[in-house]
Structures are given as C-alpha cells and as structure tokens.
Design a protein around this ligand. Structure first.
Ligand SMILES: Cc1cc2nc3c(=O)[nH]c(=O)nc-3n(C[C@H](O)[C@H](O)[C@H](O)COP(=O)(O)OP(=O)(O)OC[C@H]3O[C@@H](n4cnc5c(N)ncnc54)[C@H](O)[C@@H]3O)c2cc1C
Length: 374
C-alpha cells in the first residue's frame, strides 16, 4: 500500500468509530463528520470544490482503489449500514459522471456542495432486480417533455433523497432503456422507507405517477444511442462492485476484531479458528484491492469486481456467523453490534447484483479466455 493510501486509511480509521456511537438506527442514520465529509467527495475533479487534504495530499476519493480503502476502513471501524444511509453522490454520481453532459453534471454535483444531500439510483423493481433490462417503469413523450410512471424497490435512500437517477423504458429493446435525473420534490413522486432485518434505515420504495420529466433531465443526450443506457450502468457498476466488496470485507474485519478482543487468552482451538478466518479475510481483501486496481486500469474490467463482490458476500456472512459461534450461546443478545453486523452481512449479497449474477460474469470471462482458470 502506498504512503498516500496509508494516510487516507489512517484518517478514516480515526474518524469511523463515531458511526457506531448511536447504536442501531430505527429510522434516521447517524450524523458524523466522516459522513458529512464523504458527502462532498466522490465528485469528478471538474465539479469538486473541496478535496480532502491530509498531510499535504489532496483526495477526491474517485479512483476505485481510494473508494475501496475508504469504505472498507469505515465499515471495519465504523458501520457499513451508516455508509449506505449517508448523503453524497456514490451510486447516482457514478451514473451522472458516466452519462451526464456538462450542464447536468454541474447541476447535480453543484447541489451536493450546498448542504449534505442524499441521492438515489433507482433500478430494482417489485418484479425483480437481477435482470436490469426487464424493467416496467416507462418514460413516454408528452408534449415537449416526458411522463415517468412505475415503481422501484430496495433503493438506497429512496425516502430521504432530494434527487437521483431512475432507469426507465422509452420503447422496447435494449436501446429503449434510459437513465433520467429525477427531483424528489416534483409532483407525482412518492417514497416510503422499507423495514429490513439488516442494513436498517437504508432502503426505501418509490412510485412515479405521471411525473413530468423535462428533456434536459435525460442522461446521455450528447452520446450515441448505443452509449446512453445500459452501457453507462455496466461501466458504473464495475467500481461500485468493488465498493460493495469492500463493505463486505469491512464487516468481516469488524466481526473478527470484535471476537479477537473477547477471546484474548482463551483456548487454542477457538484462537486457531479465528486465525483461519483472519487468513480468509486477508485473501478476499487482497482480491478486492486487485479488482479495484484492475478497474482503475481498465474501467471495462467486469470479471474481477464480480469475483471480489461474490467472495466478499460469502465472507461477510461466514465471518459474522463464525464470530457468533465462537462467542457461544447468547452471543446475539450479549453482543448487539455483532448481531447487527450478522444481519447487515446478508445485505452485501444483494447489493449491485447477487452472487449468481457475479458468477455468470466470471464464467463469461472464462469462456472468452479473458482469465485463466488457475
Ligand atoms: C443493501 C441493499 C442495497 C440496495 N441498493 C439498491 C439501490 O440503491 N438501487 C437499486 O435499484 N437496488 C438496490 N438494491 C436491490 C438489489 O439491487 C436487488 O436486490 C438485486 O438486484 C436482486 O434483485 P431482487 O432482490 O429483485 O431479486 P431477483 O432479481 O428477483 O432474484 C431472485 C433470485 O433469483 C436469482 N436469479 C435471478 N436471475 C438469475 C439468473 N439469470 N441466473 C441465476 N440466478 C438468477 C438471484 O440470484 C436471486 O437469488 C439493494 C439491495 C440491498 C440488499
């Protein structure tokens, strides 16, 4: 790890414990300086106004590697669910940066500087999320603008966001899928929180009823037809999958550190099991960093982020379950943070595509000869 990344990691490590301070939120997420700082990061340099400056180094947290270091450390020493419930640009910003023209980017990112602003990327629908092309939300021309109709579910910050990106269909076929910027205050928009066992407070559902969308809100207007819709999110998902993997690794590290502190000086068998888990965590951690480096070198690299995301989803569940077992009966009651992480861990499986979808991406790369089975 370079000096630059080490400085970033130390900063996040020092600030992250505040994310745990309020315990598990029932509704509103915790407010912490680290989250407010994150809200003005992950913004393309052209539109960023306030980089994080540490030891004379400027950080925009834009590369996949910096995003991974930030999110893994904040989940390991803080809380993954708090990160998902935080204001800022993360998923929507990635789409706007990929598909937005100068005017759209300037307006979207400019808003994030005014005050901590929650955003959303709404793709998943009540009928399913794995096949993002099978969407039913429609965007139909109406006079000089468009009307948006449909429903989305399991969307991060749906119920508290002020703006975001929605995927919708303008006509049949893959080229008929578009991404649009939507204002949550517009007539015809409604959203409610969804109660979940893990990642509490993070997800919501939204409905659009004849919501008027001006032509200027369609992302990708300036791009060729083949690059406006699916192309954009396929590229945006590669770094996002690295971030999801980093959250999984962070949860696993948090559980491991917690149980290691509790078992200090205890029997050899349990300490050996803990050491084995530690080695597994280091393996997936290194796969995730490798995937982030690969995406920074080639944004079209899909298979390494997919492999890291699938491995981290399994790891997070395995680490938290093992930690609970090692602490014995009653651990869920006696260690409420660990109980929370064990529930949060299952959320990693569904974010940015389930493990079935990630494995298909890896299998396709194998079939194409893009990576060797060894
Ligand atoms: C913490 C969290 C955050 C999220 N954030 C967002 C967000 O911000 N925005 C958003 O739009 N969505 C978000 N989601 C939703 C997430 O993207 C979906 O849950 C995911 O895409 C899976 O969709 P689904 O739940 O509808 O399952 P389905 O797509 O209905 O799949 C059900 C099951 O079938 C399997 N399956 C489906 N298709 C195939 C196939 N072709 N081959 C093999 N198996 C298959 C899946 O693996 C899964 O096990 C989030 C979810 C979570 C848990």
């Amino acid at each position: 790890m370079t000096r630059r990344l080490r400085i970033l990691r130390e900063y996040v490590r020092a600030e992250a414990p505040a994310l745990r301070a309020g315990g598990e939120p029932d509704g509103e997420p915790p407010r912490a300086p680290l989250l407010d700082r994150l809200a003005t990061l992950q913004i393309p340099r052209k539109y960023a106004r306030a980089p994080l400056v540490l030891d004379g180094e400027e950080y925009f947290v834009l590369s996949a590697v910096e995003r991974v270091v930030f999110h893994e450390e904040a989940a390991a020493y803080g809380d993954a669910a708090a990160l998902l419930s935080a204001p800022g640009s993360l998923t929507a910003g990635m789409l706007v940066a990929t598909l937005g023209d100068d005017e759209q980017q300037s307006a979207f990112f400019g808003r994030l500087h005014e005050r901590p602003t929650w955003t959303f990327l709404a793709m998943t629908e009540p009928g399913g999320g794995s096949d993002a092309t099978r969407l039913h939300t429609t965007l139909e021309p109406s006079g000089s603008s468009f009307l948006l109709n449909g429903e989305k579910r399991y969307v991060g910050n749906a119920h508290r966001a002020r703006t975001g990106v929605v995927t919708a269909r303008t006509r049949p076929g893959p080229l008929g899928i578009r991404c649009v910027l939507v204002d949550a205050q517009a007539p015809g928009f409604s959203a409610v929180p969804i109660a979940t066992l893990g990642m509490r407070g993070a997800l919501g559902a939204m409905r659009f009823e004849d919501l008027a969308v001006p032509e200027e809100a369609l992302l990708g207007r300036h791009l060729p037809a083949t690059r406006r819709g699916m192309w954009g999110w396929l590229h945006a998902f590669n770094p996002l999958r690295c971030v999801a993997a980093a959250l999984g690794v962070g949860i696993a590290r948090a559980a491991h550190a917690h149980v290691a502190a509790c078992l200090a000086g205890q029997d050899v068998t349990r300490r050996r099991r803990l050491a084995e888990l530690g080695a597994r965590i280091e393996g997936v951690r290194s796969l995730t960093m490798g995937a982030a480096r690969a995406v920074d070198a080639d944004p079209a690299n899909a298979h390494l982020p997919a492999a890291a995301k699938a491995a981290a989803a399994v790891l997070a569940v395995e680490a938290t379950t093992t930690a609970l077992r090692l602490l014995g009966p009653g651990a869920r009651l006696e260690h409420p943070l660990l109980d929370k992480w064990a529930r949060d861990a299952h959320g990693i499986e569904h974010m940015e595509g389930t493990s079935h979808i990630q494995r298909m991406t890896v299998a396709q790369a194998l079939a194409r000869g893009d990576l060797s089975p060894a």
